[in-house]
Write a protein that binds this ligand. Structure first.
Ligand SMILES: *Cc1c(COP(=O)(O)O)cnc(C)c1O
Length: 229
């Protein structure tokens, strides 16, 4: 057995255990394998072990892998910062975008999504760490942005995403992840039902699952440590 398939089994076991520990079903939590910086061969290996959904941070790199592996029927998620001049390839190559943090990006993705393809699934990235982090919309602005994005024709708003500041403080992390749950409940109260909370990575997926994560985005624990850029 290769180490990628062994690692995948271990991560799936962590997801199962974390879901069970808080009374949730493991099938409520999807694993997104973050393959940024790893070659298509590593994705192929993970796919052979049964993994279907892959996350990428860089537009060119992600599109190249999606194209090379088009025959495998994989699902591609864009999870990195997105500049408005790069939206077109993202609208073409990806099935999901987790990092919507302003209306202009969402409008461009909607306008550029091929009408013959299913709508692009999107999440709004929320800055849950205040001044400690620069990406994502402030929680108090996320509600209005969600309603506007939900009305765009070629997008399907699925949920909310966050990346808390790096910390080993589980209570602080739980509070950060909790912001997304509160926002989702508020939106549901306003008639906007969302099925996705994208939160939790290699080191904190248990805390995220306890806080209601439905997608955990895991790179290092599956593929190994990335080389510094
Ligand atoms: C790199 C990355 C991940 C995966 O992080 P690991 O710590 O390697 O699991 C998850 N989400 C985003 C947005 C990332 O950029």
């Amino acid at each position: 057995m290769t180490s990628i398939s062994t690692n995948l089994q271990a991560v799936n076991a962590r997801i199962h255990a974390a879901a069970r520990a808080c009374g949730r079903g493991a099938e409520e939590v999807a694993l997104l394998a973050v393959s940024k910086t790893w070659p298509a061969a590593a994705v192929r290996e993970a796919a052979a072990a049964g993994q279907r959904a892959f996350g990428e941070n860089y537009v060119q790199e992600g599109c190249a892998k999606a194209e090379e592996l088009a025959g495998l029927g994989l699902e591609w998620h864009f999870i990195g910062p997105l500049q408005s001049n790069k939206t077109r390839p993202v609208a073409q190559c990806f099935d999901w975008v987790h990092s919507i943090d302003r209306l202009k990006i969402a409008e461009r993705l909607s306008a550029q999504r091929d009408v013959h393809r299913p709508p692009l699934n999107v999440c709004i990235q929320v800055n849950v760490s205040g001044e400690d982090s620069k990406s994502g919309v402030a929680p108090e602005e996320a509600v209005a942005l969600a309603h506007t994005v939900a009305a765009l024709p070629r997008l399907r708003l699925r949920g909310l995403m966050c990346i808390p500041e790096p910390t080993d403080d589980a209570a602080l992390l739980a509070a950060r992840f909790g912001v997304l749950g509160v926002l989702r409940a508020r939106l549901a109260g306003e008639g906007l039902e969302l099925d996705t909370l994208s939160m939790g990575m290699s080191h904190d997926l248990e805390v995220a699952i306890a806080a209601g994560a439905t997608i955990v985005r895991v790179g290092t624990a599956i593929f190994g440590a990335r080389r510094p850029a």
